[in-house]
Design a protein around this ligand. Structure first.
Ligand code: ATP
Length: 673
């Protein structure tokens, strides 16, 4: 990915869509999450998926009730008065928790088999382990919630006994406290652990899927042209990681909020209907205000991610081009460029924290008010003697528990807007990759047709540049027989490399038909020798690393390109080095040529692949190509190249061209020179 698209922002329409902070965000989230959790390609599968998740949650409530009941019974055995004294609170909590599963348990009981069934039925490989992990995680989450309820009660007794100087009760609860902690510890530890493991597995799967799509249909190449998708590397590495980790975290937070609502609504309603209605209105008011203000936060977070990635890319660019920069002594300019990118980061971050501060002016008093509002609302009834003081404190407690759940968006807006920005970045990326997967039938320009055959031939090919199309070559015809060589000449920018791109299928804007052998029978040596990250062996075998080729054959190929001492120089074939920096340009070109020889491709396309070689080396390599009956097309500026090719295609630069046998071309050139 080059840096230019980095400034590219999402198109305005997409921007508006992506900055929305409403239910469409949930839809976008479901679209990204669904393939992992519910791998079925069908209409409405997103809705079915969400329905199943809801059922799963309800199913787990049943487990929670069992855990709470079991622990309560256990403690009751040890401390008989515990149950009597906590009955009110425990029953209230259990009532909320119990009632839902009782209705849904029979349906939920079918859930796991249903998920397994659908997963197995899907075309994708059956996957169910994530559901087992999720089930385990939710069970643990509910257990931890249950434990916390019990711990709060035990703590209550523990402290009360202390304040009343009741030593025997204090010591009994001391032991109970310790026992509950001992039981709770593995639950809490495994709760975090399973959450991390599930996040890791999800990330693993998603990264694999994105990488698969990124490398299919050359999406990684086309993405350079898609100015709306900046920094795909960051989206694949960081955005996916944050997405999986934060999705699980939010899911658990929402689940906790849901439990609180179920558990405390009954208490609140029994104390004051008006207070309950007020709470809902107050929470809705806060959520709407924050949702409106939060849109700006999503946009700022989106840009923050983009600018951080631009800055990092700038640093990587310096590392990749260290030698050129050092020769040019371009340190000042490079530092200035990086500084500018960093200033962009800072400026946006400044806006971001400014907005967070402004939001704080609303959120802080909004939160503070909840400490006094319930008491203020209930005070008149209390003053008139209709309710007890205990009712006020219990109602306030219940109010705050439910409020935290209802006002989740208000309380978590900073994290949510960050998450939403990540979701949006992944969604545009997914959209792009999906489009690459499904070639569109109608494009706004005509395309060159490609056919596979046993020769290279171009019929009436008109080639244009891909964006802002400009015709490079008009109505070109040529036919290359087996073992024949063609050299393409013409001044810089005439379209020589572009023609090779068209033959490789990288560019197809234009008209006409190109026939070529399957790409697996062809090898392309690009203008800039490409050195892979890896060992010398991998360098030589690239891209077919699994080819069964002995060391002797590797030596032979290296000998042919006059690099036979290279393995000794670098300590054998299995040494990993930064080849682009330890080899000279000519050596890199010769290494690429050795790659060509080892590939045994019958067709070779060489784009100035010998430009850095001395004439003797060049002759040596081309002679070998001719002897092996390889059909080859070269691009080059050197006159010495002509002699190895049967035909010359000259691109005139004004879309005109001429194709001549080499001798005729040379006579032509000599006549004019
Ligand atoms: N990705 C691209 N999008 C649009 N135009 C491009 C792109 N890449 C190259 N071009 C333009 O297409 C024209 C032909 O480029 P091409 O690389 O084929 O030239 P060339 O004949 O091989 O030149 P040289 O001898 O300098 O390598 C040039 O004007 C170039 O600026």
């Amino acid at each position: 990915m080059n840096g230019s698209a980095l400034n590219g922002n999402e198109p305005t329409s997409a921007k508006n869509r992506l900055n929305r902070f409403d239910l469409s965000l949930l839809k976008r989230f479901a679209a990204i999450a669904q393939p992992y959790w519910y791998p079925i390609e069908e209409k409405n599968s997103g809705r079915i998926f969400l329905g199943l998740v809801l059922l799963l949650i309800l199913f787990l409530f049943a487990l929670l009730t069992v855990v709470v009941a079991a622990l309560t019974l256990l403690i009751q055995q040890i401390v008989p008065e515990f149950m009597a004294q906590t009955a009110g609170g425990m029953v209230a909590i259990s009532r909320g928790v119990f009632s839902v599963p009782q209705v849904f348990l029979p349906i939920a009981g079918l859930l796991i088999p249903a998920i397994a069934f659908f997963s197995v039925r899907s075309k994708a490989a059956p996957r169910w382990s994530q559901w087992v992990f999720l089930g385990g995680l939710l069970t643990l989450s509910l257990c931890v919630s249950g434990m916390n309820v019990i711990i709060s009660y035990v703590g209550n007794f523990f402290m009360t006994a202390l304040s009343e100087r009741d030593a025997p009760t204090f010591w009994r609860f001391f032991i109970v406290y310790g026992g509950v902690f001992a039981i709770a510890t593995p639950f809490v530890v495994y709760y975090r652990f399973v959450q991390d493991i599930l996040g890791l597995r999800w990330r693993d799967w998603m990264t694999g899927k994105f990488l698969g799509q990124y490398f299919s249909n050359r999406a990684y190449y086309d993405i350079n042209a898609a100015s709306s998708i900046d920094n795909p590397d960051q989206r694949i590495s960081e955005d996916i990681r944050n997405f999986t980790v934060q999705s699980l975290a939010f899911f658990l937070i929402f689940l906790g909020a849901f439990i609180d609502v179920l558990a405390f609504t009954g208490i609140l309603l029994s104390k004051s209907l008006f207070l309950a209605i007020f709470l809902v209105g107050y929470a809705i008011f806060g959520t709407v205000v924050v949702a409106i203000l939060g849109r700006r936060l999503i946009a700022l977070n989106f840009r923050q991610l983009q600018r951080e990635a631009n800055f990092r890319y700038g640093l990587v660019h310096v590392r990749d081009n260290a030698e050129s920069i050092a020769f040019y002594q371009g340190e000042q300019q490079e530092m200035g460029q990086l500084r500018r990118r960093f200033v962009d980061v800072l400026r946006n971050f400044n806006f971001l924290i400014g907005w967070q501060r402004n939001m704080g002016f609303f959120r802080t008093p909004y939160r503070y008010a909840t400490f006094i509002l319930p008491s203020a609302i209930l005070a008149p009834v209390y003053f008139s003697g209709d309710i007890q003081f205990g009712d006020i404190s219990q109602a306030t407690f219940a109010f705050n528990q439910i409020f935290d759940a209802f006002a989740l968006v208000v309380l978590q807006i900073n994290q949510l807007s960050e998450f939403a920005a990540g979701v949006n970045r992944l969604e545009t990326f997914t959209e792009f990759l999906d489009e690459e997967d499904t070639p569109s039938l109608s494009t706004d320009h005509s395309e060159i047709a490609t056919e596979e055959g046993d020769r290279i031939a171009l019929e009436n090919v008109t080639l244009m540049t891909p964006r802002n199309p400009r015709t490079l070559v008009d109505d070109l015809n040529l036919n290359l027989g087996t073992g024949e060589g063609l050299v393409i000449v013409g001044h810089s920018g005439a379209g020589k490399s572009s023609l090779l791109r068209a033959i490789a299928g990288l560019w197809n804007t234009g008209d006409g038909m190109i026939m070529r052998p399957p790409l697996s029978d062809m090898i392309f040596l690009p203008q800039r020798p490409y050195m892979v990250l890896g060992t010398l062996r991998e360098q030589l075998l690239y891209p077919r690393l699994d080819a069964n080729i002995s060391n002797d054959e590797l030596y032979e190929a290296l000998q042919r390109v006059n690099l036979k001492d290279l393995p000794e120089r670098v300590d054998g074939f299995d040494t990993e080095l930064d080849w682009a920096t330890v080899l000279s340009l000519g050596e890199q070109q010769r290494l690429a040529f050795a790659r060509l020889l080892l590939s045994k491709a019958r067709y070779a396309v060489l784009d100035e692949a010998t430009s850095a070689l001395d004439l003797a080396n060049e002759q040596h390599l081309y002679e070998h190509l001719k002897n092996t009956d390889t059909t080859f097309i070269s691009v080059g500026h050197r006159p010495s190249l002509l002699q190895y090719h049967k035909y010359v295609l000259e691109l005139k630069g004004d879309t005109n061209w001429q194709l001549l046998p080499t001798e005729e071309y040379q006579l032509d050139v000599n006549a004019f020179s």
